[in-house]
Design a protein around this ligand. Structure first.
Ligand SMILES: Nc1ncnc2c1ncn2[C@@H]1O[C@H](COP(=O)(O)OP(=O)(O)OP(=O)(O)O)[C@@H](O)[C@H]1O
Ligand SMILES: [Mg+2]
Length: 236
C-alpha cells in the first residue's frame, strides 16, 4: 500500500502552550485512519497543521512524499488534501449548490457539474435541498454538505474533524454509514473523533491521542478490544 501521508514527530505550539508533543503517524492509500482522544488532546491542532493553517515548530508533514513546509493552505488543497473542519463552517448565506460550487475552486470548470452530480448521488438529501440556504439546514444536513463540499475538490486524502459532533445518534449513524461507503469506494480518510466507538468501528487503524502524544496504536478492532481504551473512551 502506498503511503499518502506521513506526519513525523511534529511539535505544535500556541504561544508558550505546547499542544502537540512529538506526534508521528502515517496514512496509506485507501485506508481509514482515526485519531481518537478527549477534549483538548490536540486532534484539531494536528489536522490544522497538516492542512497548513498551523506550522509545526519541529517535525514534518509529508504528503505523497513531499514536505508541506511553507506550502500555502490553498496549494495544499490543490495537491489533493481536503479538510472538513470542526463545526463544519459551511457558507451559511449561500445555497447548498453554491456551497458545493465553492468546494470546486481548485477544479477546472468543466468538472464542476459532474462533480455536483456525484455528490448528489452520494447525498440525495442535498439534491432535494439544492436551492435551500445552507444556514437553515439541520446539523446532520450541514455535516453532509461540508463533506460534499470537501469531496468537490476530488481529494486524495479527506480529513474529517469530529463529524459526529452535536448530532443525534441516528444522524451519527448516517454519517458513519457515509464514511463506510466512501471507504468502500476507495477514498482515503483521516478521521478525528471523540466518539471512539463509532470511529473505531469504521477505522482500519487507529491512534489514541492523550494530551498531545500518541499513547496507543493498533487496528480499529484491536483498540476496540483494549482494556485501556474501553475504560477511558468506551464507558468500560
Ligand atoms: N488558538 C489557541 N490558543 C491557545 N491554545 C489553544 C488554541 N487552540 C487550541 N489550544 C489548546 O491546544 C490544546 C489542543 O487543542 P485542540 O483544539 O487541538 O484539541 P482537540 O483534541 O481538537 O479537542 P476537541 O475534541 O475539544 O475539539 C488544548 O489544550 C487547547 O486549549
Ligand atoms: Mg477539536
Amino acid at each position: 500500500m502506498a503511503q499518502i501521508l506521513k506526519v513525523d514527530d511534529i511539535h505544535v505550539y500556541y504561544g508558550s502552550i505546547h499542544a502537540v508533543k512529538g506526534v508521528s503517524f502515517e496514512v496509506n492509500e485507501g485506508e481509514v485512519v482515526t485519531l481518537i482522544g478527549a477534549n483538548g488532546a490536540g486532534k484539531s491542532t494536528i489536522l490544522n497543521t497538516i492542512s497548513g493553517l498551523l506550522h509545526p515548530k519541529m517535525g514534518s508533514v509529508l504528503f505523497e512524499g513531499r514536505d508541506l513546509k511553507g506550502v500555502a493552505p490553498h496549494k495544499i488543497v490543490e495537491r489533493g488534501l481536503a479538510q472538513v473542519p470542526e463545526g463544519r463552517h459551511i457558507f451559511q448565506q449561500m445555497t447548498v449548490e453554491e456551497n458545493l460550487q465553492m468546494g470546486a475552486y481548485t477544479q477546472p470548470n468543466s468538472t464542476i457539474e459532474p462533480g455536483i452530480a456525484d455528490v448528489y448521488e452520494r447525498f440525495p438529501r442535498l439534491k432535494e435541498r439544492r436551492r435551500q440556504i445552507a444556514g437553515t439546514l439541520s446539523g446532520g444536513e450541514q455535516q453532509m454538505l461540508a463533506m460534499g463540499r470537501a469531496l468537490m475538490s476530488k481529494p486524495k486524502l479527506l480529513m474529517l474533524d469530529e463529524p459526529s459532533m452535536g448530532l443525534a445518534p441516528i444522524l451519527v449513524e448516517q454519517i458513519f454509514d457515509i464514511i463506510r461507503e466512501l471507504h468502500a469506494a476507495g477514498t482515503t480518510i483521516l478521521l478525528v473523533e471523540q466518539n471512539a466507538q463509532a470511529a473505531l468501528s469504521v477505522a482500519d487503524r487507529a491512534y489514541v491521542l492523550e494530551t498531545g502524544k500518541i499513547s496507543l496504536t493498533g487496528t480499529g478492532a484491536e483498540l476496540m478490544a483494549s482494556d485501556a481504551v474501553r475504560k477511558a473512551y468506551l464507558g468500560g
